[in-house]
Design a protein around this ligand. Sequence first.
Ligand SMILES: Nc1ncnc2c1ncn2[C@@H]1O[C@H](COP(=O)(O)OP(=O)(O)OP(=O)(O)O)[C@@H](O)[C@H]1O
Length: 241
Amino acid sequence: MTPPPPGIRLEGVGLDFGNAPLFRGLDLLVAAGHMTVLLGASGVGKTSLLRMIGGLAAPDYGRITADDDLPLAGRVAWMGQQDLLLPWASVLDNVTLGARLRGERPDLDRARHLLGCVGLADQAAALPAALSGGMRQRAALARVLYENRPVVLMDEPFSALDSITRARMQDLAGRMLAARTVVLITHDPLEACRLADAMLLMAGNPATITSLAVPEGAAPRPVDAPAVLSAQASLLRRMMQ
Ligand SMILES: Nc1ncnc2c1ncn2[C@@H]1O[C@H](COP(=O)(O)OP(=O)(O)OP(=O)(O)O)[C@@H](O)[C@H]1O
């Protein structure tokens, strides 16, 4: 039986760049099996925090641990702002890259199925250079879904997509990542209101984190649900303050 995904504890987490603290003393529990959406102005420190949760950088202060007290390493899938597709490998080989690096036999049927889900069924043999920015981002999404990890960290995963494709990919990610521990950074209030089980706003210098109310209903919420639209408006107003 697959163990449940862990929550993630941040205790007294701080990071400095040069002499200036980016944030200090952050305490937070990222809920297990939920989609936590992290919002905040550009440069406030969202990516830096996500990198530390993913083990890509170490905090200067405090600690980040899984709430089941097992190591987080090996349980995290990462989708950064850059798609990090290998330029010399086909889209299909990029999706199965993790498996091949681990010396596993890639599950090509599953990879092709995921490429179909992100609308890239016909691009499996293409090289990344032949794809548009949005198609590359969808290939990166297929790769992160292929990894099938209990913890998924995504930094503006849909930023390059047109609004229709973005809504479709939000639905896909909301469905396929349900019951995993996900932290997703976005600048898009509608995306936050559609996908969040928990919503966090990072603001200030040094930055602090405030928990915001999420709209009623299970995610992914419909784009036109009245609760989503009114929460989106309030959130935008709040972010503009
Ligand atoms: N390696 C680094 N060395 C020095 N400063 C850095 C480094 N990485 C990030 N910073 C600075 O830390 C601050 C926060 O950067 P970060 O990328 O975490 O912000 P962000 O909230 O994710 O921004 P955005 O929404 O634009 O992606 C910025 O002022 C950035 O210049």
